[in-house]
Design a protein around this ligand. Structure first.
Ligand code: FMN
Length: 219
């Protein structure tokens, strides 16, 4: 079957630019410093929105789901952190199956990072403090609420959002009880460096009882 999409798809290329080198032999013993290094390099290279990974979860029946979220942090204590509403689809999925994956793609450098592991819910105060340190828009969006529920009309969204913006401006510390911070503590992190000749370099870190195991993977 042909469609208008196919010629467009065939006209597009990946890894068509100068890509950085990656020497896995010089990679650190743990994935976090390498993630921080690659993240800073993505920002320096002008990669738009490098902090917006895909978050994959599964529902109670084991069916996969995925969406974009904002990365709130990555450190040794908490792992990779993000936030959302507990009552959203992802919030319910994480409550039923507290395990997730984050996928970062930074095409400016042909780099991909995959992070997988168990997810825990941070104390409520952490989520509220994180939210109140963000923009008025972020608070207004959180206050609007009802995430993933069916919306009757855009007029309704307009009304609720207007009220939420007013409140966020009046009350910058307004609590949003459903807003939840999640922390993914990885047991696997994979770094992929694209290569124009398709000799992509993949380095996978796996958590073991004796620290992190590093392995190369066939591309
Ligand atoms: C760039 C970008 C960043 C986003 N960041 C978040 C976020 O940090 N938290 C969130 O709940 N939704 C975020 N969203 C919206 C989600 O992708 C998604 O639409 C929403 O969370 C509902 O997902 P769910 O029904 O699977 O729970 C973001 C969307 C985009 C495009």
């Amino acid at each position: 079957m042909t469609s208008d999409l196919e010629p467009l798809l065939r006209s597009l290329r990946v890894w068509d630019t100068e890509l950085p080198a990656f020497d896995p032999g010089a990679a650190p013993a743990e994935p976090l410093p390498l993630f921080v290094e690659w993240f800073a390099a993505a920002v320096a290279a002008g990669q738009p929105e490098p902090h917006t990974p895909s978050l994959a979860t599964t529902d109670a029946e084991g069916r996969a789901d995925v969406r974009t979220v904002m990365l709130h942090g990555a450190d040794a204590a908490d792992g990779w952190t993000f936030a959302s509403h507990a009552g959203s689809a992802k919030g319910r999925q994480l409550a039923a199956r507290p395990y997730a994956a984050l996928g970062f793609y930074w095409p400016v450098q042909g780099r991909q990072v995959r992070v997988r592991g168990p997810v825990r819910t941070a104390p409520a105060a952490v989520a509220q403090a994180d939210l109140h340190a963000r923009s008025t828009g972020a608070l207004a969006a959180a206050l609007t609420g009802h995430q993933s529920e069916t919306l009757a009309s855009l007029d309704e969204l307009e009304r609720e959002s207007r009220a939420a913006w007013d409140r966020a401006q009046r009350e910058p510390d307004a609590p949003v009880p459903s807003w939840t911070a999640y922390a993914l503590q990885p047991d696997e992190v994979e770094f992929f460096q694209g290569d124009a000749r398709r000799r992509h370099v993949r380095l996978k870190y796996s958590r073991t009882e004796n620290g992190w195991l590093k392995e190369l993977l066939w591309p």
